[in-house]
Design a protein around this ligand. Structure first.
Ligand code: BG6
Length: 287
């Protein structure tokens, strides 16, 4: 079965309903092989479960869901900048995770569901933005998120971005990130750079940018294995706030740091796009 829908339509389909969790409206995809929830606010995948498995994604119990700030967990989209803004008064990680998104295409087969989502920005922001953005999420026995940015201006434009996935893990003390040995790691906390030697263990507040455009991580956590792939990235960000910072953050469960790890496909250095050109950043996940 294959069909396409228009922006703004309220949809009901064998596999898709629109539901509410308090003030939050989300798309609920219930397929025989998997289940997913995607918030319209932020266009943010909040939950993904493949046949009888536990959730692949971590979502804070104290996440704010009323649209006043980005939702803490799932897969926020950082765009068109990653990290703090260079302009004062603009929030960290850009506009996309604070925008309303709509499904503009929905394709379903017996094995997979593909959704295309587009954000809506204010008129003032639309006048200023030099790019358009859409996200394609493919759900099956694996998960793929692709972010496509197109330069719609008549000048070269640049941006940074991240697919900021919060993975659910059993125990951070028993978790390691493999596959990145030999890559350069920039520690955003100490401002030091070193070469990764073997597995990365996360045993305190970690905010690391691993510079690579072809190596991909595997997160090993007790009996769990999360294989992360991707395309179009220049780095992989690894983040865990650890206990003290988690306690300070009102939307982060105090002990949540034990059961989550962010591993983000990112472009932390500007991607330069000529007019009319597009760039796609992809993160794929297998468990
Ligand atoms: C990570 C950044 O990607 O996101 C960290 O590297 C940041 O520096 C973290 O603290 C969470 O950001 P936020 O804005 O969602 O609290």
């Amino acid at each position: 079965m294959l069909f396409a829908l228009n922006v703004g339509m309220i949809m009901e389909h064998k596999y898709l309903t629109v539901s509410n969790d308090g003030p939050l409206t989300y798309y609920h995809i219930r397929h025989s092989n998997f289940e997913a929830k995607i918030s319209k606010f932020g266009g943010q995948l909040l939950s993904f479960k493949a046949s009888n498995q536990k959730d692949w994604l971590w979502l804070s119990n104290s996440a704010v869901k009323d649209g006043s700030k980005a939702i803490r967990g799932g897969v926020p989209i950082c765009w068109p900048w990653f990290g703090p803004s260079s302009e004062p008064d603009l929030s960290q990680h850009g506009y996309a995770r604070l925008a309303q998104w709509e499904i503009t295409e929905f394709d379903a087969t017996e094995d997979l569901v593909t959704l295309r989502l587009e954000p809506t920005f204010s008129e003032a922001l639309n006048k200023k933005l030099r790019y358009s953005l859409h996200q394609t999420i493919t759900l099956s026995d694996r998960l793929e998120i692709a972010l496509t940015t197109t330069n719609i201006s008549d000048e070269e434009a640049s941006f940074t971005q991240a697919i900021h996935s919060y993975f659910s893990i059993q125990d951070i003390f028993e978790t390691e990130v493999m596959g990145l040995s030999g890559c350069e790691l920039y520690d955003q906390l100490s401002k030091q750079t070193h070469i990764v030697d073997g597995a990365i263990k996360v045993l305190n507040h970690t905010d690391a940018i691993v510079r690579t455009n072809d190596r991909t991580p595997i997160v090993i956590s007790e009996n769990d294995r999360i294989e992360i792939g991707g395309n179009g990235f220049d780095s992989i960000v690894i983040w865990n706030p650890w206990q003290a910072l988690a306690t300070e953050m009102s939307d982060f469960d105090d002990n949540g740091y034990r059961n989550m790890l962010c591993v983000e496909m990112a472009n932390t250095q500007p991607v330069r796009l000529a007019p009319g050109k597009s760039h796609t950043l992809t993160q794929s996940i297998c468990r």
